[in-house]
Design a protein around this ligand. Structure first.
Ligand SMILES: Cc1cc2nc3c(=O)[nH]c(=O)nc-3n(C[C@H](O)[C@H](O)[C@H](O)COP(=O)(O)OP(=O)(O)OC[C@H]3O[C@@H](n4cnc5c(N)ncnc54)[C@H](O)[C@@H]3O)c2cc1C
Ligand code: SF4
Length: 405
């Protein structure tokens, strides 16, 4: 490992216009970090990474590097790009382990953070590091959001979240688990109880449905619901997965690890939306990809399809041929998610789009004064680094707002 990351650091050309950094959604100062690493300035490099991206250690593991830093490294044009993420992981991992809180001047103002996924964690860390009193409200019995309940353990070891829990403790962040805001406690109650600003980072947890016959049968589940608690599902030998996005790939790889022998993924088009990286791993695990099939209903025997008629771009424009049953013990639908509407329904003046996404202004403030939002609940399902990047900006706006009051 040490040899690998040293070799990678030595290969970096320290470009004047670093394409790796330009294509990182959170603009990680990649060449600068590599130079610090080479100069053995690990603590400073770790601090810089953490301040730019409090979830740097997570992003080093789960970002789509082929589409971002590595995919744009100049060396990749002729040979192998620098694997910056290995260097980033090493530095951030060691920084997190030694994280110390310096003396913080208290602002005597408190903020509520709803949701403890990447967006909520980022806001909580930034506000607490700047002297605000922070309470996280999380509806689950543990922190992490999709990092814990979506991304499988074999891709992101959950021990990293225990380390973030400790970090929050060190920063004095209070965490109230098993508490759904919009239920017994509403956003207005938070202002009543003295919070000066509220951050909503509740993600996108409502599975998109197919709206076809058979969706409520016992052999059917939705991808994120399955991943949330995969241990407690009897998955059977043959599994049909509807959808070919990244979540579908995680479902495929997870069902193999729970005993499935044959796993088929279906797309109505002639292409997948998952990254090539995720697809290649699912393929290695043995998943079969079946294109041009539009699902028409689900039976207790498995899903029923018709052939899709495709346009020149490979997108479905109609149906043809006879119905075809693909026998399967279980059918899992993984065709994206949207936010739940609990908060919008329970909060006056909090407005969302037709898809249930919260509407925010340029400062990430929602239509409700003092309530800010970022992450999947605003953008729809994206990625960890996008959630962190937006949450960083929202945290700054919250601090400006609270200090102006
Ligand atoms: C299966 C899967 C695999 C993925 N793989 C990757 C990957 O490899 N790389 C990558 O970058 N991204 C990946 N993503 C996307 C990434 O996980 C999300 O974009 C990111 O987690 C969004 O962060 P967030 O904080 O906005 O929301 P979330 O992570 O969804 O967190 C929202 C939190 O809010 C809580 N909450 C919701 N409503 C309430 C309420 N009313 N009151 C209190 N708490 C509430 C939820 O319980 C949750 O903890 C994946 C997503 C899934 C589903
Ligand atoms: S593009 Fe590649 S070689 Fe250039 S600074 Fe980035 S990692 Fe180094």
């Amino acid at each position: 490992m040490a040899l690998l990351i040293e070799t990678e650091a030595n290969r970096c050309l320290n470009c004047k216009v670093p394409m790796c950094q330009k294509n990182c959604p959170i603009s990680t100062p990649i060449p600068q970090i590599i130079q610090m690493f080479k100069a053995n300035n690990l603590q400073e490099a770790g601090k810089k990474l953490f301040e730019n991206n409090p979830l740097s250690v997570v992003c080093a593991t789960v970002c789509n590097h082929e589409a971002q830093c590595a995919g744009h490294c100049i060396l990749g044009k002729k040979s192998t790009p620098v694997q910056f993420y290995s260097i980033e992981h090493f530095i951030s991992d060691s920084f997190l382990a030694r994280f110390k809180v310096s003396e913080i001047e208290k602002k005597n103002k408190s903020a509520a953070v709803i949701g403890s996924g990447p967006a909520g964690l980022t806001v909580a860390i930034i506000l607490a590091s700047n002297g605000y009193d922070v309470t996280i409200f999380e509806r689950k019995n543990n922190i992490g959001g999709m990092l814990r309940y979506g991304i499988p353990e074999f891709r992101l070891p959950k021990s990293v979240l225990e380390r973030y829990h400790k970090l929050l403790d060190k920063l004095g962040v209070k965490i109230r688990l098993n508490t759904t805001i919009g239920g017994a406690i509403r956003i207005d109650n938070l202002f009543r109880d003295g919070y000066s600003a509220v951050f909503v980072g509740t993600g996108a947890w409502r599975p998109r449905t197919l709206n076809i016959e058979g969706e409520s049968l016992a052999n059917v589940n939705f991808g994120i619901n399955y991943l949330e608690n995969s241990l407690h599902h009897e998955i059977g030998e043959t599994v049909a997965i509807i959808g070919m996005g990244n979540v579908a790939m995680d479902v495929a790889r997870t069902v193999f690890r729970h005993g499935a022998q044959r796993v088929m993924l279906f797309s109505k088009d002639n292409h997948a939306t998952a990254s090539s990286h995720e697809m290649s791993y699912a393929k290695l695990d043995g998943a079969e990809f079946i294109y041009g099939k539009q699902i028409v209903r689900i039976t207790s025997e498995g899903p029923v399809f018709r052939n899709a008629v495709l346009d020149e771009d490979g997108n479905e424009i109609g149906l043809e041929g006879e119905e075809e049953l693909f026998k399967a013990d279980n059918v899992i639908i993984a065709i994206s998610q949207r936010p739940k509407d609990k908060l919008i329904l329970s909060t006056d003046h909090l407005e969302g789009t037709a898809k249930g996404l919260l509407i925010v202004d340029d400062n990430y403030m929602t239509t409700h004064e003092g309530v800010f939002a970022a992450g999947d609940v605003v953008s729809g399902p994206l990625t960890v680094v996008h959630a962190v990047n937006a949450a960083k900006k929202a945290a700054q706006s919250m601090m400006d707002y609270m200090s102006s009051k």
